[in-house]
Write a protein that binds this ligand. Structure first.
Ligand SMILES: Cc1cc2nc3c(=O)[nH]c(=O)nc-3n(C[C@H](O)[C@H](O)[C@H](O)COP(=O)(O)O)c2cc1C
Length: 274
């Protein structure tokens, strides 16, 4: 089988597969002809699966992606707009966690949904590191506090801009404003040279937060942690990412101690209609 195979008994030559192909490597069949890959098309296919997923007749197979990986879209499974609004607005940053760990299967399910986030050229560059042990999370939060103390001592403007003195003072009093005593951290990283990495990681982590919300897990971005993870040698050593990877975003995860009763407002959007 080549990269794509057409089942001629099923194909209606409607040209939909060619129309949706983002790389324009499928040419529509005319009259007695069936859709086909342009010469050399293999090199430009981004393995997005659109051609297989969109065909109303199930007439296309992709050589790199087994049909079993394309479950049918369930009609009726789509939530209503009101349900989506409630769901998305009720996701909040959780800063108070129960100490109970989240089962590995649940953390895996969150990451499993996050991998369906869009990425430039469908490169899917995000790699995941899960700090599973709450003691390790606290140890790493301590390294972030050390980093903050270092920045404060050298009068680094970032320390003042991010009120690190208050965070360090709280840490000294046993209050963790760095990882909020979350039982787990999830770090999204990508190859330093991959231009699509930063956007892909941000979107994937946004998917991950929504997946967590659906699964009853609380999350919060760990901005201080991630900043330190990009530059503070002791934390870089503790995190131990492969040398070509850079951390692009970190999220705390655990079961929320409190339940939110109301949605909260945001500033009105600033929109320019042109
Ligand atoms: C990139 C980024 C970094 C963040 N870092 C932190 C952080 O270090 N600690 C924290 O408590 N919240 C952090 N937050 C959470 C924001 O404060 C939060 O998203 C915002 O206040 C809106 O609240 P909500 O997420 O509950 O809707 C971060 C959010 C983002 C997007």
């Amino acid at each position: 089988m080549g990269l794509i195979a057409i089942d001629k008994d099923r194909c209606r030559q409607d040209g939909i597969c060619a129309d949706v192909c983002p790389a324009q490597i499928i040419v529509a069949g005319e009259e007695d002809d069936y859709p086909a890959l342009v010469p050399g098309g293999e090199d430009f296919c981004i393995r997005c699966g659109h051609c297989v997923a969109v065909c109303p007749h199930g007439a296309i197979r992709h050589g790199d992606m087994p049909i079993g990986d394309f479950p049918e879209v369930e009609s009726g499974a789509k939530p209503t707009a009101d349900q989506v609004i409630q769901f998305m607005r009720s996701r909040r940053s959780i800063r108070n966690y129960k100490s109970a760990p989240v089962p590995r299967e649940t953390l895996t399910a969150m990451i499993d949904l996050a991998r369906h986030a869009p990425s430039g050229h469908n490169r899917q560059p995000v790699r995941w590191t899960v700090i599973q042990d709450a003691g390790d999370v606290q140890r790493m939060a301590g390294l972030v506090a050390d980093w903050m103390q270092h920045l404060i001592a050298e009068k680094n403007p970032t320390a003042a801009a991010l009120h690190m003195d208050r965070v360090v003072k709280a840490w000294g009093q046993g209050k963790d404003r760095i990882c909020r005593q979350a039982p787990h951290l999830i770090v999204a990283s990508a190859d330093k040279a991959d231009r699509t990495g930063p956007a892909a990681a941000t979107i994937a982590l946004t998917y991950l937060e929504l997946a967590a919300h659906a699964l009853g897990v609380g999350t919060c971005w760990a901005g201080y942690f991630n900043m330190a993870a990009t530059m503070w040698p002791p934390l870089k050593a503790a995190l131990d990412l492969p040398p070509e990877q850079t951390p692009l975003g970190t999220i705390m995860a655990g079961y929320a101690r409190y339940r939110y009763q109301r949605l909260a407002p945001r500033r009105l959007p600033v929109i320019r209609w042109q």
